[in-house]
Design a protein around this ligand. Sequence first.
Ligand code: 4NP
Length: 150
Amino acid sequence: MTSILFVCLGNICRSPLAEGIALNLKDKYDLNIEIDSAGTGHWHVGNPPCENSITVANNNHIDISHLRARLIKKEDENKFDYIVVMDENNYTDLIAMGFKNVYKIGNYGGFEGADVPDPYFFDGFEGFDKVFEMLDISVRDFMYKERLIS
Ligand code: 4NP
């Protein structure tokens, strides 16, 4: 079974959104794939996604409130076919940990390799719509390019 792990720093803002969007596509296309997310930082392990991510997902008819943050571990490299990161820092951190199957989501959907901006440092809700839109387009394009959806 194909498996995808989305990774960001805290695993409470961006990667849970990417996971929710991919889970939504999995449902829609009835795909036999495994989807998960994790963070490179430990601060929020066990916590639900941030309120603003839950809200922007809800606004787009996706429920991510049940997701819980976890730390990435070395075994994830063998467990997942695709490790998909949100920004250059995530990429560098995973390469330093020895991961090889790392993809950057900004290379999909016409974003020319851009980072998904870290909304943790945004002022309130502003910016979360843009992050959702970027992930909605890039996650769909990633799954299309990897022939998981048509
Ligand atoms: P995320 O955002 O990586 O999109 O989940 C962050 C969440 C928390 C922190 C940093 C980024 N933090 O430093 O606690």
